[in-house]
Design a protein around this ligand. Structure first.
Ligand code: ADP
Ligand code: MG
Length: 740
């Protein structure tokens, strides 16, 4: 068994994995060099369960069977307002399972949310194992500081279903502060401003040497980059409505495309002042004429739209300040976390609120995983690294695995869009090329050009492709996919990473459209998005060609076929990337390797995010461990029997700040059974409530008269038993076709 402990940021939108040795922290990349794994799971009709980028792409085609954003709902009861809200917004179905738990209903059946997250964690684990070259079974997983007991234990359960021993559930802001090494040279009060895809959190930490204390935390689980995407999509829908009298909001699949386009525009506007986007064939007009959306947005326009949305985050900041009894100016440092903090307006507003420039030297997407890895290393018991982290990079893809990957990808992308959904307005179309198959190079192909490092933010270009095979029949639209069957399939976002000339990527080019009314004009013409830097490196007039042969398509440039497999393409490095964002690398983007100062490993001290209480007569609460109490914490309460011969006591527990029990989050109940049969009031039991360093609850009980331990159980609302976790783990391995 390997002794690495993984640091995992299991994000709402993206997940990241890192490891640390005594001297370095490294974010691990997958075989394609990507460090952000979209936390998306898609259940494909034939290609099994897809996780990450492939699943994210499927969201555009098969939203009903593609599950995302589960972190917002994990550990929440079906009856909660958050689940209610999500059901109104999410395209996949959520239903109520046993014990009030939320289940995702997809074509492969019903899955609990810990199971869905476990698919992501298993993929994370696979990435780590491939990068490190050894099995990994232990992890530290981060959660928002505001997560309650149910959410933490559901996250832990997800880890266990994925075959990981979860050594610690760590608060995300604490992880970020660890990565920044805050407070190591002097005591420091740090505000961590975390604006991700779906959620916002603000936490105030006090750090002194190796002790990190979360003094307050507040959040909004429905505020993040997704809302901005929708806002831009609304603007697009308005433009289209004015131009064509057709409202994209009434067609979920079309709006889903606008949302993806909205994200692309938003990300571009973090570095550019103006962005043009074309969403082609959004719908069809008179006589089946394809109608495109042509859209332009400037940064000030975006800012005007999102200012009030971002302002909501500062209400949350003010709440956290009140809770910590400090003013914004009392904070020594402000740390930015989450991809949405790349938005310049967000940075300015943070600066204005706190009165100081926020810290953003470490990539805001990666910083949490890096901090988790530092804590993971502290818990690993490892003295020194078995091999230097410096040697670990993206694993080289072997030929056979490349082939397997291609086949998998081919199956996954069947019926995939044949055009990009949106892109900057098309450049003047190149002359149509004859449908002649280019000669194949018989000798080894010459080296491909190195990509120049982009000096300006790369834009995506549309490059016409010549399809060398006859327009083949399109597979029938799959069951459950949206949209009228006569419409072309939805289109892929231009927010895709730059094209590397690996044959497996080339499969992203779809077949020519045959079914759509407007698409017959030039069936052999297709488009693929490539990176601007790469486009610039091509001589004018050079064409990319798409050659399909023996079901193994490949891409050629000017008749020269590059080799498949990444090992031969080592010289062809893509521009620095790694974000889900298609935009230019942000100027502050840091190396995925972080040097650690040689110092004592941190001892972490956190606080409980919510008051833990028990139910008392008349529906009221009595606090056991108060909100923001330092943890680990232990409090003991004495319980006595209320009836003669009473053999069991059930005590309901909740988390929250309301005086009435019903206002708070029901956690479940503590059950004392097998009590000795005595008169009422004669049996007294001391119950110790322990909140451990993970913020998870444990209980112990002692019979006061005898001093003997009394049997006690916590039944968490929707909690999973060991047997259920084992069963889910087995089902997951079966679904994924993994033996062990
Ligand atoms: P989470 O913590 O929710 O998993 P991340 O920290 O990975 O999320 O942030 C994802 C969000 O960041 C997405 O909404 C994405 O669109 C947004 N994002 C990423 N890059 C940029 C950028 N350059 N400009 C604006 N938003 C960005
Ligand atoms: Mg995050």
């Amino acid at each position: 068994m390997s002794d690495w402990v993984l640091g995992i940021d299991l994000g709402t939108t993206n997940s990241v994995v890192a490891v640390a040795d005594g001297g370095q922290v490294r974010v691990l990349a997958d075989a394609e060099g990507k460090r952000l794994l979209p936390s998306v799971v898609s259940f494909h009709p034939t290609a099994g369960v897809l996780v990450g980028e492939l699943a994210r792409e499927r969201r555009l085609m098969d939203a009903r069977n593609t599950v995302y954003s589960v972190k917002r709902l994990i550990g929440r009861p079906f009856a909660s307002p958050e689940v209610e809200r999500a059901r109104g917004r999410f395209a996949f179905d959520l239903t109520e399972g046993r014990d009030g738990v939320v289940m995702a209903k997809v074509r492969k059946g019903l899955f609990t949310l810990p199971e869905i997250s476990a698919f992501v964690l298993r993929e994370v684990r696979n990435i780590a194992e491939a990068a490190l070259g050894e099995p990994c079974t232990r992890a530290v997983i981060t959660v928002p500081a505001s997560f309650d007991e149910l959410q933490r234990s559901a996250t832990k359960a997800a880890g266990r279903i994925a075959g990981l021993e979860v050594l610690r559930i760590l608060n995300e802001p604490t992880a970020a502060a660890l990565a920044y090494g805050c407070g190591t040279s002097r005591p420091e009060r740090v505000a961590v401003y975390d604006l991700g895809g779906g959620t916002f959190d603000l936490s105030v930490l006090e750090i002194d040497g190796d002790v990190v204390e979360v003094v307050s935390t507040a959040g909004d689980s429905f505020l993040g980059g997704d809302d901005i995407d929708v806002s831009v999509a609304e603007a697009m829908a308005d433009v289209f409505l004015r131009a064509h009298r057709w409202d994209a909001r009434e067609d979920m699949q079309a709006f889903e495309r606008l949302r993806a386009a909205g994200e692309w525009v938003k990300c571009q506007l973090s570095t550019l002042e103006t962005v043009d986007a074309t969403v082609s064939e959004l719908t069809y007009g008179d006589g089946g004429r394809a109608l495109d959306l042509v859209f332009r947005m400037t940064r000030p326009e975006l800012e005007a739209r999102i200012r009030s949305l971002l302002a909501r985050s500062f209400d949350v900041c003010a709440e956290a300040m009140r809770e910590a009894a400090i003013e914004p100016g009392d904070v020594d440092s402000v740390v930015l976390v989450g991809g949405s903090t790349r938005i310049p307006l967000a940075r300015r507003m943070v600066r204005d609120f706190f009165g100081k420039e926020p810290r953003a030297e470490i990539d805001p997407d990666l910083v949490v995983a890096q901090g988790a890895a530092i804590q993971a290393h502290a818990l690993s018991g490892r003295q020194s690294a078995p091999k230097s982290l410096a040697k670990i990079g993206a694993p080289k893809r072997r030929k056979d695995s490349t082939r397997q990957f291609k086949l998998h990808r081919a199956a996954a992308l069947e019926g995939r869009p044949e055009q990009v959904a949106f892109a900057p307005a098309r450049p003047a179309p190149l002359a149509r090329s004859p449908k002649v198959r280019p000669p194949r190079a018989s000798t080894a192909p010459p080296a491909l050009p190195n990509l120049p490092a982009p000096s300006t933010p790369p834009l995506s270009f549309l490059v016409p492709l010549v399809l060398d095979r006859p327009p083949s029949s399109r597979p029938p639209p799959e069951e459950g996919a949206w949209g009228p069957s006569s419409a072309p399939p939805p289109m892929a976002p231009a927010s895709e990473p730059p094209l590397e000339l690996d044959a497996s990527d080339v499969l992203e080019v779809g077949e020519p459209s045959t079914g759509a009314p407007g698409a017959q004009a030039e069936p052999e013409r297709d488009s693929v998005v490539i990176d601007a830097a790469y486009a610039a490196s091509l001589e004018p007039g050079r064409l990319l060609r798409y050659v399909a042969e023996d079901s193994e398509p490949s891409i050629v440039i000017d008749g020269i076929e590059p080799p498949s497999g990444s090992e031969e393409l080592d010289g062809l490095e893509p521009p620095p990337s790694g974000s889900s964002a298609p935009a230019a690398p942000a100027p502050e983007r840091a190396q995925p390797v972080l040097a650690l100062a040689a110092k004592q490993l941190p001892l972490l001290m956190d606080v409980t995010p919510r008051t833990l209480a028990i139910e008392t007569a008349g529906g009221y609460c009595r606090a056991i461990v108060r909100r923001n109490a330092p943890i680990p914490a232990e409090q003991t309460r004495r319980f006595t029997t209320a009836q003669d011969g009473q053999r069991a006591v059930h005590v309901r527990i909740c988390q929250g700040e309301g005086p009435r029990f019903a206002e708070n989050q029901l956690l479940g109940e503590v059950v004392l059974d097998g009590l000795p049969s005595r008169s009422r009031g004669e049996v007294s039991i001391d119950v110790a409530f322990l909140v451990d360093a993970d913020g998870t609850l444990d209980v112990r009980a002692v019979d006061v008269a005898t001093g003997r331990a009394q049997a006690i159980r916590i039944r968490l609302q929707g909690g999973l038993s060991d047997a259920e976790i084992a069963q889910m783990a087995a089902r997951q391995r079966e679904v994924l076709g993994e033996g062990v």
